[in-house]
Design a binder for this molecule. Structure first.
Ligand SMILES: Nc1nc2c(ncn2[C@@H]2O[C@H](COP(=O)(O)OP(=O)(O)OP(=O)(O)O)[C@@H](O)[C@H]2O)c(=O)[nH]1
Ligand SMILES: [Mg+2]
Ligand SMILES: [Zn+2]
Length: 302
């Protein structure tokens, strides 16, 4: 006699052949997806079947369906196709730091991705304890560029208490994903934001059989205040080649807004007359750095 029960759960992490799910009570379970479901990622809501079997052989838990997503964060893979990284996020947190050096192009790539999938972007300048004369000037410039466009910028340090309260507030009722280069301090921020993180990473490393000190797999953590925070492995580049020129322009909010006032509908904003974007460059409504990144991303040069 076997009896099958179907439940819904959240995908906490995808370890390739295996998924870790959280059931409604918050227990972590190992599960295997049906092949036909395609790529299932961290943040997906799924249906899974448990088989209550009287036989001695333990049946694996099978994921049988994926619920529609509210958003999919994706990058371009080697075959030039969009590859999902996380599902159902409501906010990207682009973390940057003076060490490894600030990477504004990467932040712009995340800003384009966030607009493309219709979620918020928050910029975190971490490791403020390491700022010196030169990097302080670079941090000020970054803060001005992104806050002028309307993005919230928070300065943090996990070595002290800088910015952590502000960041906690910004996480409320959101599903946020920490993204950025390796070593900027994403996991360190997570450690400071979640009081019971050690219990959770401990439970996860036990069930996955992997160590808990390096971020190799995108992982979901529930927040005590509601919502969740996802930690992801650092990247060197975040390819968005699957986006069209139109998508890239739409991703640069200030450029996209100004382009409405260009004389020509198909203005490329390079040397056309009466171009509102070029005018914006002249009167500093568009930052030169953002414009350069816009051109480079549109040409897929980066
Ligand atoms: N001085 C200083 N060091 C920090 C701060 N935050 C993190 N670090 C250090 O930076 C290093 C990298 O931190 P992680 O939190 O592992 O970085 P990560 O972004 O999660 O890196 P990946 O998992 O590889 O993507 C560690 O040695 C941390 O101790 C900070 O605010 N100030
Ligand atoms: Mg990490
Ligand atoms: Zn124009």
């Amino acid at each position: 006699m076997t009896e099958t029960t179907t439940q819904t759960g959240r995908v906490i992490a995808n370890y390739g052949a295996e998924l870790i799910l959280a059931d409604p009570a918050g227990n972590y379970l190992k599960a295997a997806p049906l092949k036909k479901l395609g790529l299932i990622v961290c943040g997906d809501e799924v249906s899974f079947e448990t088989v209550d079997s009287r036989q001695s052989v333990e049946q694996p838990i099978r994921v049988t369906a994926v619920q529609p997503r509210s958003s999919t964060l994706a990058r371009t893979d080697r075959r030039k196709q969009a590859k999902a990284i996380a599902a159902n996020v409501t906010q990207l947190i682009a973390v940057t730091a003076p060490k490894p050096p600030f990477d504004p192009l990467l932040i712009d790539r995340y800003s384009v991705a966030s607009r493309h999938i219709g979620v918020e972007l928050l910029v975190v300048i971490n490791k403020t304890d390491l700022l010196d004369h030169d990097t302080e000037a670079a941090a000020n410039s970054l803060e001005k560029i992104y806050s002028d466009i309307g993005y919230q910028v928070i300065r943090c340090s996990t070595e002290g208490n800088t910015g952590l309260q502000q960041l906690t507030k910004a996480l409320e009722s959101q599903v946020s994903i920490l993204v950025g280069q390796s070593g900027v301090g994403k996991s360190s921020l997570l450690n400071r934001l979640l009081p019971d993180i050690d219990t959770k990473t401990g439970a996860l490393s036990e069930i996955s059989g992997l160590g808990k000190h390096t971020t190799t797999v995108t992982t979901w953590y529930d927040l005590p205040s509601g919502g969740a925070i996802i930690d992801s492995a650092g990247v060197r580049q975040f390819a968005l080649d699957h986006l069209s020129e139109i998508d890239v322009q739409a991703g640069f909010k200030e450029i996209s807004d100004l382009s409405m006032d260009c004389k020509f509908n198909d203005c490329k904003h390079v040397h056309e007359p009466e171009c509102a974007v070029l005018e914006g460059l002249r009167n500093n409504a568009v930052a030169r750095q953002r414009y350069d990144h816009f051109l480079a991303m549109r040409q897929k040069e980066t």
